[in-house]
Design a protein around this ligand. Sequence first.
Ligand code: FAD
Ligand code: UDP
Length: 386
Amino acid sequence: MNIDWLIVGAGFSGCVLAEQIATRLDEKVLIVEKRDHLGGNAYDCYDENGVLVHLYGPHLFHTNSKKIWDYLSKFTEWKIYHHHAQSVIDGKSVPVPFNLNTLYRLFPQGYASRMEEKLIEQFGFGNKVPILKLLEDSDGDIQQLAEYIYKKVFYGYTTKQWGMDPKELDASVTGRVPIHISRDDRYFQDKYQGIPMQGYTQMFRNMINHPNIKLLLNTDYKELGDYFKNSKKIYTGPIDAYFDYSFGELPYRSLEFHSVHHPDQDTFQPTAQVNYPNDYDFTRITEYKKITSQKIKGTTTVFEYPCPYSPQKNDPYYPIPKKENHELFQKYQSEAQKLKGQVWFVGRLAEYKYYNMDQVVARAHHVFEKEIVQYKQNGSSRKRLT
Ligand code: FAD
Ligand code: UDP
């Protein structure tokens, strides 16, 4: 089999790059995927009760980039979907991210109205404030409210999710769900939000449906040995695994998903996602029908139990954004630099970055435009000179 490119991993990074190389360079690609399906962690499928679920946790597509939205729209139509989540705090189910509605739901009217005024005065209506920034506010009342939010919304959830205190992590982690000085209960405010109409998996099938692209499932690329040693390679798996953990294992966080079907219930909870920061060992429950609007009797819920990651045992779902982990990653990155022009490292695991789906698509496009196309141009100009 003659191929120009070997791509390791059939997730967003691998599929987008395969599509770009196949259509724009007219070169042949083999995608090798160790799982038995394409789509990476964005894979969705029907469970044994016929409910469409996201096998690796809820995937809500959101972006402010028209370019990314238009690009994916070539492979799917969208069901417009704006995600809502609630969190159980002091026995009440309230909107998260914490916003002015949450404030009124948790506190007496007089206090809530005084704090609303203060928050708007200090940060401006419509703005977002990361909890770690709110904690540092010089106003005593705001600081007190911040301490309450930190304790009730962030502390328990984060210690479960990451196995550490929120302050030990990079501020960008809790900064993903900032306090929103508004009445907007949506989880995201991006301009474009939706779920692929026929599911993510079908979108990936459409993306790689090209005569230049072949997909080999159930195969670790290492099993191929030197078979494709002359092909250029794109690697989207964990970077430490690529280098046989030569500097030690990079820490990732993993999850266990426990699925429960409720055959006689049409609805289980008020919103698609409910977080449990202060009770139980799981962090959140997702009810998939509320995301997909699937018309089916019964409903399926999935409980997420965070756990440590260990190679060979479970999957590396989250890179852990923390200074010392970044330093270890940089050692691997400098090894990756030595392979420039032979191997490209792209994606959430290969770049050890807490990327969302749209960021991964943007990154794959960037690598294609700025590195691969340029590499081809340099390669051909070198050829012309010799
Ligand atoms: P992956 O999807 O991880 O794909 C890498 C692929 O490489 C995998 O399929 C893996 O099996 C394969 N692979 C690894 N090693 C090898 C090997 N040795 N040989 C062959 N194949 C190999 N993003 C959002 O925008 N919105 C969300 O709501 C959202 N929710 C999420 C919820 C959870 C629980 C998780 C874990 C992630 C979520 N994300 C979300 C992030 C999203 O999943 C990622 O941004 C995206 O899937 C990353 O794509 P990728 O191709 O870089 O990596
Ligand atoms: N977080 C929290 N409480 C919540 C929601 C989020 O403490 O109710 C923190 C937690 O550390 C979490 C991070 O914010 O890991 C990012 O949340 P997000 O919902 O973006 O997580 P993901 O969907 O990526 O798992």
